[in-house]
Design a protein around this ligand. Structure first.
Ligand code: GLC
Length: 755
């Protein structure tokens, strides 16, 4: 009798231990555990996980029906719920929708042993269902509030559709418009790019990650992916550490300083080592120097591609490189899921390395509140009410019109609403082309230019002709378009690129208008009718002689869901365009790379003349067609009274410059006042002829003037010395303010810094 009782007690005790062990993640979710710190809760889950379950958390797979990368890789499918049930999957990309994500989350938290919620990721690059202008366009607003508000809407919509994480902002500096992904970033400048990176992170992540509409942001692609040789995507990136630190790193650091939750590694080789296996980038800089505490996800298959780069002999080596570089999650690859366990068992990767990665991933899931409520993003009623609602559409219109850049206006714009308008061109009624890259989930019937103009002025005095296709040699519709133009008072001629001519793996060797569009423009110009050229493109375009022959040019980029309404607002003067370029427009591709913050060289071509021994071309000038920071307005802004409160200062001191800006035209408008600084001499190091160090977007009613002030701080004057140490050195600095980076648009003062 006694023995039996003893046995019963023994088995009961075992049963209790098993029961407690089998409810691990719930242990982390119970009410009382909420008082534990996130670290304690992470550890309490980690302690209970098997090695396989840990590797499962480090594995991300894509919806097989929506691949956003090459599909020749044979990997498991995220739709295989068995993987979730077996704890072999921690994150899924490219699956959206409150209902579907709920069903998959239920499998994870109810049917798996470890019950850890899934993380759903997606490329919410410029809007989710409501599509905003491409990032290169909204960057031209130089309006941080507008940019942050666009990402807030994107977070509201995507979180309502079950998503926890966006693979944005892309902050790669780009100086080569042949590169298709220039469309996804903020252009060529590190200072502006840093301000925009911060605004985008704040928009996505909101005030607190636990808020219902906050999503994890992901700064990418770390690092220097935009420096792809010859502008060809995925190509080699090789540069000095000086160039890396002065130009390419600042926007990533700005995102990290803004609290970005995750980082994505990049495809490119960086200085000989594939970035996704680079300890220098992902550990020495990102973790040790920048102090990044979040988790790093690889890019699509980028760990295996260390083999393709020829820098690893097999997946085992690639996996070791990635783990040693501190990549925590393996996107759509079969390195971590297939190789990591054995490598740990062989001691080639340590359990501590795995634990470090898993901790970072679990921490993000706790910070989002997923352990407390795995379904907080799975509210289908909210999804229906939030997506494409009128507030979001209104915000999309506001950001779109602020993204438009007026490049030329020979007294033609704004148009009269009573004029007979011919709207012509392959981009005039092209809904598919208004969204640009990374918007295939967005609203697929954006407002076209034709619809937008019709919404504005009605159809009684509006005529349309396509004229030609975007990118082929067909010319038989040009004659009809010419006849339509002849019948109008003014022609709005809509030209440019298709949405798939930029974005990932869409580089071009030409920046010209594709197909026979230039011929269409020339034929329309022969009618003698005034022409407004409306550009739709994902990169700077070279117009050649058309720049001189058309009286007005509007750069609209790809404006998204409200494209046509935004154009109409600007065309007819209901909104005075305020955008300014964030990437240089070359005269010809032969000048590329061409950017404003260039060095002086030892033989600068001062006068632009093609003679003498100096840095020039024999067949083209050095100046761009349209410089960084350039954009016109319907009104005129006059700069005067540029002053500085001290002509010299100690290197730890500050100075203040001020300039009076007056609206001397006949329209209310906004002006982006820019501050540039040149370090005239730095010991042993040549410095750019100018660098953007400040900007202020101001609104001035007609006749109004304002005094704009900038503080000159030591940080603005610092540079990397011969030993790559950031210092402020006594010497002379040229302080410049104006309406673009072109010398002719800048007022200059000197400031001497003393010890
Ligand atoms: C792509 C892109 C990256 C994107 C990821 C997921 O290859 O390089 O920017 O976030 O895969 O779609």
């Amino acid at each position: 009798m006694k023995n039996t009782l003893k046995k019963k007690k023994y088995y009961l005790a075992i049963l209790c231990v098993v029961l407690v062990a089998s409810l691990p993640a719930y242990g982390a979710m119970t009410k009382k555990s909420k008082t534990k710190s996130i670290e304690q809760r992470v550890d309490s889950v980690l302690r209970l996980m098997t090695l396989e379950e840990k590797i499962g958390q480090m594995t991300q797979l894509s919806n097989p029906n929506i691949p956003t990368g090459p599909t020749y890789i044979s990997v498991e499918k995220a739709s295989n719920v068995a993987l979730i049930r077996e704890g072999k999957l921690g994150s899924i990309l490219n699956i959206t929708g409150a209902d579907l994500t709920r069903r998959m989350q239920e499998v994870a938290v109810n049917e798996s042993r470890i019950k850890i919620p899934l993380l759903f990721g997606f490329d919410v690059i410029h809007g989710f269902k409501t599509v905003f202008p491409i990032p290169l366009a909204s960057a031209c607003s130089w309006d941080m509030a507008a940019i942050a508000s666009a990402e807030r809407v994107a977070a509201l919509e995507s979180s309502a559709a079950g998503l926890h994480w966006t693979f944005a902002p892309m902050v790669d500096i780009a100086r080569d418009p042949r590169w298709g992904r220039i469309a996804e970033g903020a252009g060529e400048d590190p200072f502006l790019g840093s301000a925009i990176a911060k605004a985008r992170v704040q928009g996505f992540q909101g005030k607190n990650l636990r808020d219902d509409a906050s999503i994890l942001a992901c700064v990418k692609h770390f690092a220097a992916y935009g420096n792809a040789e010859a502008g060809r995507d995925y190509n080699t990136t090789d540069m000095s550490e000086r160039l890396l630190r002065e130009i390419y790193l600042p926007p990533y650091k700005a995102a990290i300083d803004a609290g970005v939750a995750t980082v994505m590694s990049s495809f490119n080789e960086f200085n000989g080592t594939p970035a996704s296996g680079s300890k220098f980038l992902l550990t020495d800089i990102l973790r040790n120097e920048y102090g990044f505490k979040g988790f790093v996800v690889s890019d699509w298959n980028s760990i295996s591609e260390i083999i393709t780069h020829g820098a690893a002999k097999d997946k085992n080596e690639a996996t070791i490189f990635a783990m040693n570089a501190n990549i925590d999650m393996d996107m759509q690859n079969n390195c971590y899921p297939k190789k990591l366990k054995q490598l740990v068992e062989e001691g080639k990767v340590t359990v501590e390395q795995v634990n470090k990665a898993v901790r970072r991933i679990l921490r993000a899931k706790f910070e989002l509140g997923l352990f407390d409520n795995p379904y907080k993003y799975c509210d289908s009623k909210k999804e229906k009410s939030v997506l494409l609602n009128k507030e979001n559409l209104a915000k999309a219109l506001d950001v779109a019109k602020r993204s438009i850049v007026l490049l030329k206006n020979d007294n033609l714009l704004p148009l009269s609403k009573t004029a007979k308008v011919a709207i012509i061109g392959p981009l005039a009624d092209a809904p598919k082309e208004m969204n640009g890259c990374w918007a295939w989930y967005g609203e697929q019937s954006p407002v076209t230019f034709l619809s937008g103009v019709r919404n504005k002025i009605g159809s009684s005095h509006l005529i349309y002709a396509k004229g030609c296709n975007i990118n082929d040699a067909t010319t038989d519709s040009i004659a009809y378009a010419v006849s339509v133009a002849k019948d109008a008072d003014v022609v709005v001629l809509c030209v440019g690129e298709s949405g798939d001519m930029s974005g990932e793996s869409n580089s071009r060797t030409s920046l010209d208008l594709p197909g026979v569009q230039s011929l269409l423009v020339k034929e329309i110009l022969k009618t003698g009718k005034p022409v407004v050229l409306v550009m739709t493109n994902g990169r700077p375009i070279t117009l050649g002689s058309l720049n001189d022959s058309v009286p007005a040019i509007l750069e609209t980029w790809q404006l998204g869901t409200r494209a046509g309404d935004a154009l109409a607002e600007v065309l007819f003067g209901d909104y005075n365009p305020s955008g300014k370029l964030t990437t240089t427009f070359p005269i010809t591709i032969g000048q590329v790379p061409i950017y404003y913050n260039h060095k002086n060289t030892g033989r600068p071509n001062i006068d632009g003349k093609r003679q003498g021994y100096n840095s020039r071309y024999i067949d083209c000038g050095n100046f761009p067609q349209y410089p960084f920071g350039f954009g016109l307005s319907y009104t005129k802004f006059e700069y005067s009274d540029f002053k500085i409160d001290k002509s010299s200062m100690a290197k730890t001191d500050k100075a203040t410059v001020s300039v009076v800006v007056k609206n001397t035209g006949s329209y209310d408008g906004e002006e982006i006042v820019q501050l540039y600084i040149r370090d005239l001499v730095a010991y042993g190091v040549s410095r750019p002829v100018k660098e953007l160090k400040g900007f202020d977007k101001i609104t001035l009613t007609k006749g109004e003037q304002k005094t704009v002030r900038f503080q000159i701080t030591p940080e603005m004057l610092a540079y990397y010395d011969l030993n790559l140490k950031k210092i402020v050195e006594p010497g002379d600095f040229s302080i410049m303010v104006g309406c673009s980076s072109a010398d002719k648009d800048l007022l200059k003062l000197n400031l001497t810094v003393i010890e």
